[in-house]
Design a protein around this ligand. Sequence first.
Ligand code: KIV
Ligand code: ZN
Length: 508
Amino acid sequence: MKNIQFFDTTLRDGEQTPGVNFNTKEKVQIALQLEKWGIDTIEAGFPIASEGDFEAVQAIAGAAKRMTVAGLARCQTKDIDRAYEALKDAVHPQIHIFLATSPIHMEYKLKMTPKEVIASIGEHVSYAKTKFEKVQFSPEDATRTEKDFLLKAVQTAIDAGATIINIPDTVGYSNPTEYGQLFSYLIENIESEQEIIFSSHCHDDLGMATANALAAIENGARRVEGTVNGIGERAGNTALEEVALALYIRKDFYQAESNIVFNETKRTSDLVSRLSGVAVPRNKAIIGANAYAHESGIHQDGVLKNPDTYEIITPSLVGVNTNSLPLGKLSGRHAFATKMEELGYQFTEDELKTAFKSFKALADKKKQVTDEDLIALMVGQTQELEECCHLERVQLQYVSDGSQGAIVSMKTGETETKMESAIGSGSIQAIYNSIDKIMEQKPELKQYSIKAITGGEDAQAEVYVTVQDSRTKKQFNGTGIDFDVLQASAKAYVQASERFKREMEQMK
Ligand code: KIV
Ligand code: ZN
C-alpha cells in the first residue's frame, strides 16, 4: 500500500470561488477542522496578496500542530520573503512557488520568453530553498505546456532544490488518460538523487477533476491537491472527499491509503459550506443530502434486506449519522454535553453554558433536535461571534395583496444599535431594503437560495445569499440558519452585507 498525501487548498484556490471571502478567524476554524480531518498539508493562503492573507497564513502557521502549512508565491523574491515571514513560526512550513509554462501564458500573460521562464524558475526555487526546507514548484497550465519544455521546467526546479512537483491542470483541460500519461512521462524522465513527490492539481471545467487526480495517483503521484466540496475558481477544484473515499472504497484497485479520518468528512464539508456560503448540491457525491437516500421501491427493498445491495459507502463512515438519537426540550445539560462530545466538540465551562442556552432556545421551537441541527447551531454561533453586525429583531407587516413592510434593528458595533424600516414587494425584499438602509449601502442581490437542514415541518432553514458590487462585480456570500425562514434570510443578508461593507471600506 502506498500512502497518498492530501494537500488542501480550500483557503487559497477555494477562496477564489466568486463570493467566497473568509475572515482570519473563519480560516483558522477551517484549518483546525482540516487538521482533524487528517489533511497532511494546508495551503493557508497567498501571503503577498493582501494584509488579510498574510495575517491568516501567520495565524494558521501558529495554530496548526501536525499539518504542514504552505504559502503560495510567484517566482518573485518579494513573494518568497513575504511567505517566509508569514510561515516562520509554523511547526512544519512549506513554500509553493509557481510560474506558468504554457505557450499562451508565457506569451500573453507573462510576456516572457521560454528561456526567461526557465531562468526565473532556477533563480527563485534556489532562493526559496535558502529559506525553506520543503519547496514545492508548480508549472502553471502544465497540461497545455509542450511536454519537452515541461520536463525542462520541472528538472530545473528539481536541480534548484524543489522536492515536490505539482502538475496543475489549471484550466481543467486534460482527461484521465492524458493526465496519467503526463505523470508517467515526467516521473520516468526526471533525474534526481533525492526522492521527488509528484502531486496532482486539477480543475473541474470538464467535470473530470476527480478522475484526473485518480489517474495521476495510478501513474505515480503521491500527493493530491484539492478543496473541500470541490469549491474553487470557475467550476472548482478536485473535491478531496471524493478522492479520499474513492481510494478507500476501491483500495483493491488503487492499493493506496491516506491519513484522512473519514468520519470527520461530513463535519468538514458542512463547516466549509456554511462559512463559504456555497451550498452543497443534493446529488453531490459523498456529502450531498441525497447521497444515502434510496428512492425506488426496488432499491429500498434491497437496502432493507442488505445495505450492500445499493450502498457502497456506509453513511456513518463519512460521519453521516442516520440513526443517531435526537435531543429534545427535556434533554439536560449532561445529555447535551455528551452528544456534543460525540460530535467532536469540546467546550470550556463558559462555552458549554452559552451553547446549552442556544440549544434550549432551539429545542423550545423544535420537537427533535438532530445532529445536523446541533452542528448548524454551532456554526451559526461562531459566525455570530466573528461578526460585528448582528441582527437583533425583525418585525413585519404583511398584506396578501400589496407592498410588505419591515422594521429591522441591528447591532452595528460594540454598543451601537440601529433601526430602520422599508417596504418591498415581498417580505424578504422589505427586510433587505431595511438592512441596506442601516448599512448605508445598496449591493446587488445576485442569488438567494433556501434549504431545510432536516426533514419535518419544524426543520431549520438554511439560506444562502450572494450580493455583488455593481461596479467591480466582486461577489460576497452569506449564510443564515434559523428556525424561521425570514430570520434566516435576514441573517444571511447581514453576513453578506457586512463582508461587502468591509471590502468597500478597504477600497476607499
Ligand atoms: O490552478 C493552478 O494552476 C494553480 C496554481 C497556482 C498551482 O492554482
Ligand atoms: Zn488551481
